[in-house]
Design a protein around this ligand. Sequence first.
Ligand code: GCB
Length: 621
Amino acid sequence: AATHGLLYPAESETRQIRSLNGLWQFRLDEEGVGETERWFAMLNLPQPTILMPVPASYNDITQNITIHRHIGWVWYARDFFIHSTAPRWVLRFQAAHYETHVWVNGQAAMNHSGGHLPFEADITSFIPNDAKSSKMRIVVAINNTLTPTTLPPGELVIHNPTYRELQTHFDFFNYAGIDRSVILYSTSKTYIEDIAIDTQSIDYDSQHIATSAVLNYTVTIGGTNQTDAIRVLIQLLDANGMIVANSTDFQSCLVVNKPNLWEPCGMNHTHLCTEESYLYTLQVTLYNDAQQTDVMDIYRIHHVGIRTVKLTDSKFLINERPFYFHGVNTLEDSEIRGTGFDRVIIAKHFNLYGWIHGNAFRTSPHPYPEEFYHIADRFGIVIIDQTAAIGLNKPEYFSQTTLEHHKQITREMINRDRNHPSVVMWCLANEPQCTFSQSKSYFSALVNFTRSIVAGRPITFVTNLNFNNDQCIEFFDVISLDRYVAWYSDYGRLDQISNIISQDLSNWRLTYPTKPILMSEYGADTMPGLHNDPPFMFTEEYQKDFYSAYHISFDNVSSLTHPDTGYFIGELPWTMFDFATEQSTVRIGGLNRKGLFTRQRQPKAAAYKNHSTAFYRDQVI
Ligand code: GCB
């Protein structure tokens, strides 16, 4: 059985890492017969096969439209060798979309349901006990069909034998396949299974200089029930490698004197979004003996940041100071790769983030690769971490089965991401239809569950409903609004935006006076190179003026520029880059064109000016 990935695979004195990325054998299984015909036990997948890069979505790699829009099972396979004598080997998928079955040497190794989150299994018992042959074979079957109980949900409509359609309620292409890395890593027999660490509190002097901080941590051990003789050493190292706190308890707290705080970039904080934020390293060493001479396992978390997150009625406080979310949401999407993981794309993303001075983003429409969070930790970019629950639009989708699955993906996301200082808020869903009684009890249960597994960070969800018909916001800490005034309504009426948005914000505030408000999406499709004066929809001029008009409303109620009366805590335009969708009359060339940048990562006019004046006043360089 698969366990959801806990610790990010990292090399150490006791751990080796092998990448299984590369070109794999691949084929479609249009009849869905692979499992009954036992393709997993064959020397090769039945012909015709093609070579498929891993990681990548398979959809746009070939010229074949059948592969592009395939719905159903596909198969991947590759051989490899294990030479090492390490006592334990784990096979880990950083993600695959959606339902995944994995066989190793012909035997079932793990199944996993849900995209965009890691899963892994101990495969030591599959390694042949044969000194002459260490050949291994992995076969993977993946199905991208969405159903009323998957997240996101969907429905398969079979119009005729050659025309199958997946009906969904979201606005991105349902890219599929092994879209993140496949990794093999070794550990000792008894090993560090999990580490949780978070800042409990920070003390300050009268100049707001931090004088001390308390960090809570828990270390979990795997591979044994006999923990009596096992010892642990916890050491917190500063950026120069000096030990600043240590402990020999599996669960306790660390006190750091004169801590260097992790600070978000930009605004009234200490550094620019291209400069590094302060990070400590937590080093955990496991010993087999009370004398601490026999080292079994070592694991280091290099991204420990000391910071607190708190909410007031009207402010989002990081390290007790108001934080204003000021960035652009994005999607995990690029040409040819689809949702496929690619460090080139990630590096470009963060360079452009520095270029627009973005200090925050929401991982819409699903959790991003862990490498995103590592870079965000380093540069002080703040993340609202969102599950893949988008398109919960029908009463029947709010079922007990979906709720249990929603809890599973929420737990997996939190377990994966809770140690990142950049993650300051959990977002449990994107625009659910919260007007049904089913949706209300569903979200009440989900939020209770989430609060029971993690504390210390606010929880939100994104709504496109109105203050008087949303049934669910009461369970959440922050109101996150998606608004498309002068785009999906009031076509061309840039002049109406400020009034409508100001009224809208004020209505929400009067109804929920204790919850800060964030604009989690607002944007206009824009064709680069299309111009018109006066500004018309789809022109670069329109996108620019569209943002300026929203920013007038935001600045009037910003908690940063109006510390006493403001309640508005941030702006996240939709979206950073143009991205692929299903083909339709509103998506020219199959792309949502709301990017401030094209899909090739080149700026449109609005990219030069996407900030509210609240930002420019504090942070012009
Ligand atoms: C939304 C959705 C987002 C879409 C966007 C749009 O409200 O949250 O996934 O892409 O609108 O551009 O239509």
